[in-house]
Write a protein that binds this ligand. Sequence first.
Ligand code: ARG
Length: 458
Amino acid sequence: MKLWAGRFQKETDTLVNDFNSSIQFDARLYKQDIAGSIAHAQMLGKQGIIEEHEVESIVEGLKAILEDIEADKVEFSVDNEDIHMNIETLLTQRIGDAGKRLHTARSRNDQVAVDTRLYVKEEIPVIIGKILDLEEVLVEKAKEHTDTVMPGYTHLQRAQPTTFGHYMMAYANMFKRDVTRLEDCLERLDECPLGAGALATTTYDIDRFATAQALGFKKPTDNSMDSVSDRDYAIELLSALSILMMHLSRFSEEIILWCSWEFKFVDLDDAYSTGSSIMPQKKNPDVAELVRGKTGRVYGSLITLLTMMKGLPLAYNKDMQEDKEALFDAIDTVEICLPVFAAMVNTLSVRRHNMERAAAGGFITATDCADYLVKKGLPFREAYMIVGRLVNLCIKNHETLDTLTLRDFRAICDLFDEGVYEAMSLKHCVNGRTVYGGPAKESVLKQIALIEEFIQQR
Ligand code: ARG
C-alpha cells in the first residue's frame, strides 16, 4: 500500500510505478539519507516534538538498516519509489509506530536536497585528491624534463622552442584552477536545506541550526523555497567537472598526437595501450581516446541539468529527480578518468631526440633571429621582414636557418655576424627565456615550486 493511499481510490498503474521510481539510481544515497534522518530525529527529540524513547528506537533502527544495507541484506522496492521512502518503510516495518513519527516536520523535498548535498560534499574532496595525485605526476615529469627541448606550437605549427617540463607545468596550472573551482563550489554549497520541509518549513518549533551542525554544514540555508528548488550546487559542480574534463581531453589529444609516428615524441607504456584485432603493428592510445570521448558525456550531464532546470517554477518539481543520474554519472566518470590518466602520464616515456629534432627543423628560432637584429639596433618590424626573407630562402633551397652561411645572412642584412648562430641555438633560445612563467629551466623550477606548495597546502 502506498503512503498516500488515503487520498487515492485506485492503485498506481504498474507502468507509472516503474516510471516514477528513482530507487534504481538513488539507492546510492542510503548513507546520507540515514545520516539526515538521524540528525532530524535527534533534533525532534530535543525540541520535545517526539519522545526520547522514540528517538532511541529510530536511531537504533536506522543504524541497523545501515549495517544491513552495507552487508547487502536489504532489497529495495520500486513500490517505495525512492531511497527515502524505502528506508522509512523499512524502519516502520522493523520498529513499528516510532518509525511513523520520523517524517514529522519533514518532506522528501528537503530530504532529497540534504542527501544530495551531503553526497556531493563527500565526493568533491575525493575528486580534489585525485587531481592532486595527477599534479604530483606532472611535477615529477616536469622535474625530469626541464632540459628536454621541444617545439611549442600555435595553430599546430611549430612556433617557438619550449621544454617538455614547461609543457607539463602548463597542464599543472590548469588542474590547479580545477581544484580551486571545486573548492569554491564546496564552500558555497555548505548550507543545510533540512527543515525547509516541502517548501514552507513547518509550524513545529524545529531547530534548523542544530540539524545543520549535526550534519557538518556551516549553517542552514536562508530561504526554504530556494532550499528545495535549488540545484545550483550540482550545476556548479558539473561545470567545474566539465572544465576539468576539457583539460583532460586537450591533454589526451596531445598525447594521441605525440605517440603517432608522425610525431613520436612519447611512447605509452604497454600496460596503458591496447593492440588491434587485425593489424599486428598497432599500439593504440585507447586510454587517452576514451578520456577524450568521456568528456562529451560529462558535458552532457551539465546540459541535462541546465535544461532540466530552466523552465521550473518554484519550488520542487518532479523533473528535479532527473538530476541524479546525470550528476552521479559525471562524478563516476571523472573519478575513473583521473587515476587512469595520471598513471598513463606517469608511465609514458619521452623521446627527447625526436622532440629536439622537431624543434630544430621548423624555423622555431626565427623570432630569436629577429630579436638578435633588434639587439643590434634594428626596429623589430624591419628585423621581422628580413628574417622572413631568410626563411623563404631556406624553404626554396631546402635549408634551415642554422645551415645558412654567414655570407647568405649578410647578403640580406649586413648587421649579421658569427654571433647569429649562438643566438639561434635552441639551448640559448630556451634558456634565455628566464621571464617569470617562461620555459627556461630556472623559470620552470619556480613554477614547479609553486605547484608543490599548492599541493602541500591541501
Ligand atoms: N525521488 C525524489 C527526487 O529525487 C524525491 C523527492 C520527491 N518529492 C516529491 N514530492 N515527489 O527528487
